[in-house]
Design a protein around this ligand. Structure first.
Ligand code: ASP
Length: 349
């Protein structure tokens, strides 16, 4: 996770010159965009979105469906043992259980999700089967696990020795305060006090894709807030909160304090704002401002970021705090990482 922090720092400080230049070109292109669809593209939250996008691109570049692309892409961080906020090796709840949330949605309103799922490395694939093989949208806990096992998924231990160690470290000094840390706090990006290597205690991969035929889809997967209360579910598996897709308009996803995103139906709001004519960037900004207006005294303790793509493939993002980034991949560039705009652009203490 230290590597990840350094990578992000490098991306934001040094290496980001080229990303910024590319982001500038992207923005200029958006400004002058005709309403024509500009080709396949995939975007994801955070630095780990770069590797996830590359996997999604293997599907998109061969003319595959956006839905298959996002399902393929987010499996990369789900399996990454260095990633402690998504899938296997995710940090557990305060009782030591790794519980995963995920959702997937296509352009026609088809969707599936799982919440508080244990023992399954790829919750996104279970969410896909909830969508494809049941009349339901969301399965939770034991029922979600039963469904997964019946579909042939293998039960496994998701708590890795490293995550277990971090949990035991946390237990030594634990005061139960479920909060999302800010990337600009002095313990660094995704860091948390008392955790080995400053490892992060949250972050979600939200991925949005448009394929060569102009079909949109999205996926979102996370282990949620580290040391959370047992049974706590965040925004990621809630359609309209952590993810929303409407083929007539666009798609949005979120990361950060899930409770604030749920309260404001965040991703649905972003899509509805785009429907009313806002650009993806403007829509994300307004959704962030909506959260801030409802929490005027707590704004500096909150981090929420939105990422959106409209049906033309234009992309935008906005966050409350500095430090959120998103990865963009298309035919021109496969490894772009772009710092998101934010309400607060400098550190606070
Ligand atoms: N949104 C996630 C949750 O609340 C965490 C995150 O993305 O940082 O579970």
């Amino acid at each position: 996770m230290t590597d990840r922090r350094n990578f992000l720092k490098a991306s934001l400080l040094g290496a980001s010159a080229s990303a910024l230049a590319w982001a500038g070109k992207l923005a200029a292109k958006q400004a002058s965009t005709s309403q024509a669809f500009s080709g396949a593209r995939v975007v994801s939250t955070w630095d780990f979105g770069v590797a996830a996008n590359k996997a999604a691109w293997t599907v998109l570049s061969q003319g595959g469906h956006a839905l298959d692309a996002v399902e393929t892409g987010v499996q990369v961080p789900e399996s990454d043992l260095k990633n402690h906020s998504v899938g296997k090796a995710g940090y557990p709840d305060r009782d030591g259980h790794v519980t995963l949330d995920a959702s997937i949605m296509d352009a026609d309103g088809n969707c599936g999700a799982v919440a508080a799922l244990e023992h399954i490395e790829h919750p996104i694939c279970v969410a896909r089967l909830v969508m494809d093989r049941t009349p339901h949208v969301l399965l939770v806990g034991e029922g979600a696990l039963q469904f997964a096992l019946a579909q042939g998924f293998k039960k496994q231990e998701l708590l890795t020795p490293e995550s277990d160690k971090a949990w035991h470290e946390w237990l030594k000094t634990a005061r139960y305060q479920p909060s999302i840390n800010s990337e600009v706090h002095d313990y660094g990006h995704g860091g948390s006090p008392g955790m080995p290597g400053g490892a992060g205690n949250h972050d979600t991969i939200g991925m949005l894709a448009i394929d060569a035929q102009g079909r949109l889809a999205g996926a979102c997967t996370t282990s949620g807030m580290a040391w959370k209360m047992r049974g706590r579910v965040g925004d990621s598996p809630i359609i309209g909160a952590g993810l929303y897709v409407d083929g007539e308009v666009g798609a949005a996803t979120s990361t950060g304090v899930g409770e604030e995103v749920i309260r404001n139906a965040g991703s649905f709001l972003v899509v509805e704002l785009m429907r009313q004519g806002r650009s993806p960037q403007e829509a994300c900004k307004e959704a962030v401002m909506r959260i801030i207006r409802r929490r005027p005294t707590q704004t500096k303790e909150l981090q929420v970021g939105f990422l959106a793509m409209n049906k033309h493939g234009d992309v935008g993002a906005w966050a409350i705090q500095h430090g959120f980034s998103y990865a963009v991949c298309d035919a021109k560039k496969q490894d772009g990482l772009i710092p998101s705009s934010s309400v607060y652009s400098t550190s606070f203490s």
